[in-house]
Every structure is written in structure tokens, then in C-alpha cells.
Design a protein around this ligand. Structure first.
Ligand code: BG6
Length: 497
């Protein structure tokens, strides 16, 4: 695909995300020759920096690029650094837009970026609407000559209501097709590969339904705690931070019907339909039985004391915010009726891993007298990260007399495809937005459909009614009570098992 000449404006350019993710992603695009001939980046934020100071900060002195730049020629590094410019926005994000518009126009003219602009908002979400409004005041939303796109990072609201407000707020100034909502999980190769696994293989899709699938399990575990983000996280929690967006995106790809083709809107329409078919939990009993929340408690890992969640910086010592959430739910449609889905996400688990496990039913007629046949039913494990790949567990005969069945693995690792460079999530997503491809971006109705499902759970948890906040020691697979949720279908499959 062609990437047209363009100017990328990054709001919040002195922040962590810009240095940690965006600039390294741009660097990879630069190295791989994906940037258009005419391309410049204008960083904007409240810090008072010159162009050169900005370049020092995000290129020459960047810890995130240090290794990659070490062996490169000065010319190579300088040419990359020269793509960056900086504009101070004063201290309110509310003024200086006239100056900004002038700077954009000057750069556009000088570097011939054809009036095409992306505004990447890497700022606190409270500023999204203000920035959109100020851009519109300067006519920077209008697409007379060239196109204009607005990119935003999650969170997209903190509830159904605020998500709707944000959508309307942005749509006052930008048309929906101009708005790109990033969910970095969609930038992961293995997440996209869910579509290929399902719809490019005749050996899986015919089985991908209630007739053959017993249950679906999705685990997202991180070994880190809340790190330095206690202040943000304490107002968010696992359900908002991970489940509403990243995990429901994965769910939608597992659940969706085959799209007619791979056009962005075809895929996004099916995802919205999938999210709308999740059975919303309305009554307290279901919410009580099907949701579990917990917080990590202090513990000793490898001889080192690890803080409990409530002891973390920025976290209220009486905090009721969950760092672990496990949800059981059903999907009300023809394909998935009565198949339970179990999804959990947590911090301070034994390891960092995300995987989807499709547990198939055991064969409907049991020929071999093997008592453990049920446990040996087929499983398809889609390893999203790390060790990206796909594992099929199937039964083989144990050599010798009789028919004893043992489980064997068919295992594919992405790393075996040595010849391909796997793009980082941000790199891939940025390039897509630069090319105007919104397939891997969340649409307004998609975000709202995900909130429709999550909102009642949050509301129920907030009432405090009967809902326990369990504890788990940092470094274990969550509270034991989470096994009650999955009772009847076995246990959580802890990755590596
Ligand atoms: C972010 C969350 O969206 O995703 C973080 O805010 C979390 O809390 C991160 O750590 C996980 O992303 P990844 O790509 O490391 O799985």
C-alpha cells in the first residue's frame, strides 16, 4: 500500500509514550523504508523545548533507541532526527492553537506534505475533546485539500455513559471515519492471526461452534504490579484497564461470524455484532456467581519482598480497585449458545502471558476405555504472547498393547518464520493509520458495545453488595476462589501446563 506524504502532530510529545513507543515505532518505519518521501513530525506539549532539545530528548539521548542507534552512522541518525520539530502549547492545552496552526501550515508548505495531517493525542484523555475543539476552531479538522485524522489512546471513557459522551464530543468536530481509536492489542500479529486461523483453515472453522467447543478460556497475566502508575490504575482497575478493551477485542475475534471479505468495515461490523451478542449480566445473582475480583497482597518473590497493591505509590491504602478480574459469560447467538467463556486478567501473576484456549468436547462416543479421556479432549491454544504461536493438543496411542491414549502436541512458533520481521504493535498500527486503514482500530459503536457489557459488572462491584474483594499473594495464579467460577469444566489452564 502507498503511504501518502503527510505531517504527524503528536500532542503530549514530551510524555513517556512518545519516547517509549511512538518514536521507536517511527524509527522502525524509517529503517524499513515505510515512511513517505515527504514526512515530518511536529511534537506539541506543555514543555518549553526547542526543536533541537526535542530531538535530543527523543532521538539522540533516548534510552529507548540507544541500542539501535549505537552502530549507525551519524548521517543515518541525523536524517531521522531531522524529521522532528516541536511546538510549545503553553500550559493549558487551550491556547496557542493559532500558533500551532501557523506552524503546521509552514511545515506543510516547506516540506510539501500535501495538507495531509494526523493528530495523535498522547495526552490525558480529559483533554481529547478540548484538543479536538481547538483544532476545529483552526479548521484543522476539515479535509478540503488533503486528509485529517485524529488518533486517540485508550481509555475511551470510564463507563458506558462517559464513552458515549466522548464519542459524541469528538464527532462534533471530526467525522467517525477520521477518528482512529488505538487498541494496541489489535496491533499484535497473533491477535490478527486469530482471523487467519479461523477463516483460512478448513480444519478449524467447521468446529468453531457449540457442537464441538466445550468452553473457551482466555488468560491475560502480567508479572509486574502497577509499577509507577498507581495513581492512574487505582481509578481504573483490571476491568477497565484491560478487560473492556484488549480482552473484549480478543473475545470479539474469537466469537465473530466470518466477514464477507477483509475490508475494514466488513470486519468491524462483524466484531460489533459479536460484542452485541455477549449476554449482559443483569441480576445480582448472576453477577455474583460469574465475576471475581481480587487484589495482590505483599509477598516474597525470589527472596525479595514485593509490595501489596494497597502499599503501592499512588494507591489508596483502603483501595477497592481490583488487580485481578475473572469473568464467566455466555454469548447469545446461534453459534455459541450455552458455551461458557472464561476470561481473566491480572497483575502480579507468576509470569507474563496471554493466551486463548479453545477446549473441544470429547468425542461423543467413547471407544477406548480410558477414564481420563475427558481431560485429554482436544485443545487449541493460541499463544498471543510470549512465544507467539499455536499449539494443538491431540490424542495419540501409547505404543504397546491395548489402546491407551496420551496427549501429544502439534506446536507452531512464529519465531520459526525467521525470514519475516514481525512489526511491533505500535509500528503496525501507526503505519495503518498513515495509510488510512482502520481495520485494526476500534469504531465508536464497538467501544460502546464493549461498555454495555462491562458497565453492569462495574456498577455491581461498586455497590459493594455481597461482592468479596479477594486477596492473592503476588506471584501466584490469583485467588483460589477463581476455580469456583470454572467449576464443572475443570480448572483454569495455567499457561505452561
Ligand atoms: C495497557 C495497560 O493498555 O496494556 C497496562 O494499561 C498493561 O496496565 C498493558 O500493562 C499490557 O500490554 P502488553 O502489550 O504488555 O500486554
Amino acid at each position: 500500500k502507498k503511504t501518502e506524504n503527510q505531517l504527524l502532530v503528536i500532542f503530549g510529545a514530551s510524555g513517556d509514550l512518545t519516547a517509549r513507543k511512538l518514536v521507536p515505532a517511527l524509527y522502525n518505519l524509517y529503517v524499513e523504508g515505510h515512511l513517505p518521501d515527504n514526512f515530518v513530525v511536529l511534537g506539541a506539549s506543555r514543555s518549553n523545548l526547542t526543536d533541537n532539545q526535542f530531538r535530543d530528548r527523543i532521538v539522540y539521548n533516548s534510552n529507548y533507541l540507544k541500542e539501535r542507534l549505537a552502530k549507525k552512522s551519524k548521517e543515518h541518525v541525523d536524517n531521522f532526527a531531522k524529521l522532528f520539530f516541536y511546538q510549545d502549547l503553553g500550559d493549558s492545552y487551550d491556547s496557542f492553537y493559532g500558533k500551532l496552526a501557523k506552524r503546521i501550515a509552514d511545515l506543510d508548505q516547506k516540506y510539501r506534505t500535501d495538507g495531509n495531517q494526523i493528530y495523535y493525542l498522547s495526552t490525558p484523555p480529559q483533554l481529547y475533546e478540548t484538543i479536538a475543539a481547538r483544532l476545529a476552531e483552526q479548521n484543522l479538522n476539515l479535509q478540503f485539500e488533503g486528509w485529517r485524522r485524529l488518533l486517540i489512546e485508550k481509555p475511551f471513557g470510564t463507563s458506558l455513559e462517559t464513552a458515549k459522551d466522548l464519542n459524541v464530543g469528538l464527532q462534533n468536530y471530526f467525522e467517525e471515519p477520521q477518528i482512529f481509536r488505538i487498541d494496541h492489542y489489535l496491533g499484535k500479529e497473533t491477535v490478527q492471526n486469530l482471523l487467519v486461523t479461523r477463516f483460512a483453515n478448513s480444519i478449524f472453522e467447521p468446529l468453531w461452534n457449540r457442537n464441538y467447543v466445550h468452553h473457551v478460556e482466555i488468560t491475560n497475566a502480567e508479572s509486574v504490579g502497577v509499577e509507577k502508575r498507581g495513581g492512574y490504575y487505582d481509578k481504573s482497575g483490571a476491568l477497565r484497564d484491560m478487560f473492556q478493551n484488549h480482552l473484549l477485542q480478543i473475545v470479539s475475534l474469537v466469537v465473530m461470524e466470518p466477514p464477507i471479505g477483509d475490508a475494514p468495515e466488513e470486519i468491524r461490523n462483524e466484531k460489533v455484532k459479536a460484542l452485541k451478542s455477549l449476554r449482559i449480566m443483569k441480576d445480582d445473582k448472576t453477577l455474583f456467581d460469574h465475576t471475581i475480583r481480587a487484589q495482590y497482597m505483599s509477598s516474597t518473590i525470589d527472596g525479595k519482598k514485593v509490595n501489596g497493591y494497597r502499599e503501592e505509590d499512588g494507591v489508596d491504602p483502603d483501595s477497592k480497585t481490583e488487580t485481578y478480574a475473572a469473568i464467566k459469560f455466555f454469548v447469545d447467538n446461534w453459534r455459541w449458545r450455552d458455551v461458557p467463556f472464561y476470561v481473566r486478567t491480572a497483575k502480579r501473576m507468576p509470569t507474563k502471558v496471554t493466551e486463548v484456549v479453545i477446549h473441544f468436547k470429547k468425542p461423543h462416543h467413547q471407544i477406548f476405555q480410558d477414564e481420563q479421556m475427558g481431560e485429554k479432549a482436544n485443545k487449541l491454544v493460541i499463544r498471543i504472547q510470549p512465544n507467539e504461536g499455536i499449539l494443538v493438543k491431540f490424542g495419540v496411542k501409547v505404543p504397546g498393547q491395548g489402546f491407551k491414549v496420551e496427549r501429544a502436541n502439534l506446536d507452531f512458533y512464529y519465531s520459526d518464520l525467521v525470514e519475516t520481521h514481525v512489526m511491533e504493535a505500535y509500528e503496525r498500527l501507526l503505519l495503518d493509520a498513515m495509510q488510512g486503514d482502520a481495520t485494526l482500530y476500534a469504531r465508536a459503536d464497538e467501544v460502546e458495545a464493549a461498555w454495555e457489557f462491562v458497565d453492569p459488572i462495574l456498577q455491581y462491584w461498586n455497590t459493594g453488595k455481597d461482592v468479596r474483594m479477594y486477596g492473592y499473594s503476588a506471584g501466584v495464579w490469583g485467588p483460589e476462589n477463581a476455580d469456583d467460577l470454572i467449576e464443572g469444566v475443570g480448572f483454569w489452564r495455567n499457561p505452561g501446563d
